[in-house]
Every structure is written in structure tokens, then in C-alpha cells.
Ligand binder design. Structure first.
Ligand code: SAM
Length: 286
């Protein structure tokens, strides 16, 4: 077996051999730290029966680790220049399929059906930062059967996923993640663990999907519309931000009445409400 890519010399050798040019628009920062790679595999709790979807394999660094731990891996990579490189770096593994596609256009539920008989899959990714939120939200909202999602994200994004009301990072992403999954911070990862070095710190976070959401709500779509409207205008009162939203048809008087029933001040801002309170507000307004 050849030297693994977690050895920085091997990564540099491959990049030179193929004259690979890093594409900023695809958020290409490749991992070169074996310790961090082990942490990702541990956090994702990958076992020999698992099917894993990897988003953005790059030159295959994390894919090599996944292939050694899982039953089968499908890796979806948008950059066609990386495909011949992946053919070389993954040649020792017969349980990996590489798809040259944009993950935002892949039918992930169909993939789970084909590769895992529709049973919950594990998703692992060192995500390009520009698509972190659409990918995670897409996975949760589109009813792809998921066990857990383990992702490397910008440190600030990891914080946003975990916080509650009363902090500046609290927002629509925090509420969405916490409605669907239990977040666990597995590691903080400094810039020197990547080639090239990103400008910001990163973190590995695992999101374990709930079987049942932690709060009951009659109309999930309405609740998320209320949440989006509140945080689109987070400095405004809830009464104003909901009545201003083109996605909703709610008057200030209706919000005022609901807030009174909930025992909340008339001038409260959405950023003060917990997930439970958004669920109750949604039920009162539905
Ligand atoms: N997994 C590798 C690693 O850890 O070293 C590479 C991670 S790099 C941060 C992100 C990878 O995602 C790049 O290879 C990039 O080309 C790929 N990528 C970016 N946008 C994508 C998309 N929409 N669909 C699939 N892959 C994408």
C-alpha cells in the first residue's frame, strides 16, 4: 500500500505531479493532519457495516480513512481536475465510488436507497464554507435518512450551531440544527492542519439526527418561516419583523395576542425566544 495523504510530503508530491491549481471558489483546503483525521472518524462513529457519503473528497485524504473504516463510501466531488488524482490516491480501495457532481444537485435520498437499502446513512465532510448551511439544511429538510453528519466547518459556524438565546451567534441556523439534531463539538482545528492554510479557525462538529424532534409543532414550515423572519430583522421587535415578512401574512395584533398568551413582553425580539417558544408561537398563529 502506498503512503497515505495525511503525510504532508505525500500531499505536496501529488499536487506537484498533477500540477493541481487550488480553486478558491470551491473552498479547497486539504487536510494534512493524521490526528485530526482520526478524530473525524472517531466522532462519526463509523463501523464496518456503515455506508458513508463524503462531500468534497479533494485529493482523497479523508476518503482513505473512511474507506478503511466503513463498508462502502460514495464521494461526491465537483472539481473535474480532481477526478484523475482520486483515481490514483484511491486505487488501493475497492469500496469507494467517486461521483463528479455538485452535491447540491445530487438526489441523496435516492443514493441512500441504492447504497444502503434506505437505511440511515452517515455523512462526513470537510465542507467548503460557502455551502455549509445549504448542505446541512438540505440534508435535514429533504428527509434523507440520516444517522449523523460529521463536518468540518468554520469555527464560528460550529458555535452558531450550539448556542441558545441571549448570545450574538444565536440565529436561524442554531434553531434549525437543534430542531433536527444533537450537536457535539469533537475538535477545534487550527489553520496549520490544512494546505493551503485557511484564514479562520475550523471545528469538527457531529450532528446526530433525532428520531423525534425535541419539540412538537403543528406546522414545521410555518415555524421555520417565523424563525427566518425574526432573524432577517433581528434588531426589530417580533411584532414588526413578522408583519414585515413577505413569506408570512401575520398582523402585529395577531402576534401581540399570541405573545400575551405566552406571557412574553409585547416588545420582545425573536432572538430572545427558545425553540420551544417558537414552536408554541407557531401553534398559536397557525
Ligand atoms: N475532503 C478533502 C480534505 O479534507 O482534504 C477536501 C476538503 S476541501 C475543504 C472541500 C472540497 O469540496 C474540495 O475538494 C472542493 O472541490 C469540493 N466541493 C466544493 N463545492 C462542492 C460541491 N458543490 N459539490 C461537491 N464538492 C464540492
Amino acid at each position: 500500500m502506498n503512503e497515505k495523504l495525511s503525510n504532508p510530503q505525500k500531499t505536496i508530491e501529488i499536487i506537484k505531479k498533477y500540477d493541481f491549481v487550488f480553486q478558491k471558489k470551491y473552498g479547497q483546503n486539504f487536510l494534512i493532519d493524521a490526528h485530526v483525521l482520526d478524530k473525524i472518524i472517531d466522532a462519526a462513529e463509523i463501523g464496518p457495516d456503515d455506508f458513508v457519503l463524503e462531500i468534497g473528497p479533494g485529493i482523497g485524504t479523508l476518503t482513505q480513512y473512511l474507506a478503511e473504516s466503513a463498508r462502502e463510501v460514495t464521494a461526491v466531488e465537483i472539481d473535474s481536475h480532481l477526478i484523475p488524482i482520486l483515481e490514483e490516491t484511491l486505487q488501493d480501495y475497492d469500496n469507494v465510488t467517486v461521483l463528479n457532481e455538485d452535491i447540491l444537485k445530487v438526489d441523496m435520498a435516492e443514493l441512500a436507497r441504492q447504497k444502503n437499502k434506505g437505511k440511515p446513512i452517515k455523512v462526513v465532510a470537510n465542507l467548503p464554507y460557502y455551502i455549509t448551511t445549504p448542505i446541512i439544511m438540505g440534508l435535514f429538510e429533504s428527509h434523507v435518512p440520516i444517522d449523523n453528519i460529521t463536518v468540518m466547518v468554520q469555527k464560528e459556524v460550529a458555535e452558531r450551531m450550539q448556542v441558545g438565546p441571549g448570545t450574538k451567534d444565536y440565529g436561524a441556523l442554531s434553531l434549525a440544527v437543534q430542531y433536527y439534531a444533537k450537536p457535539y463539538l469533537a475538535a477545534n482545528v487550527p489553520p496549520n492542519c490544512f494546505i493551503p492554510r485557511p484564514k479562520v479557525g475550523s471545528a469538527v462538529i457531529r450532528l446526530t439526527k433525532y428520531q423525534e424532534p425535541p419539540v412538537q409543532v403543528k406546522d414545521e414550515r410555518l415555524m421555520f418561516r417565523l424563525i427566518r423572519a425574526s432573524f432577517n430583522q433581528r434588531r426589530k421587535t417580533l411584532q414588526n419583523s413578522l408583519s414585515n415578512s413577505p413569506e408570512l401574512n401575520i398582523t402585529k395584533a395577531q402576534t401581540a395576542e399570541a405573545l400575551e398568551k405566552m406571557g412574553l413582553p409585547a416588545a420582545v425580539r425573536g432572538e430572545k425566544l427558545t425553540l420551544e417558544q417558537f414552536a408554541r408561537l407557531s401553534d398559536l398563529l397557525s
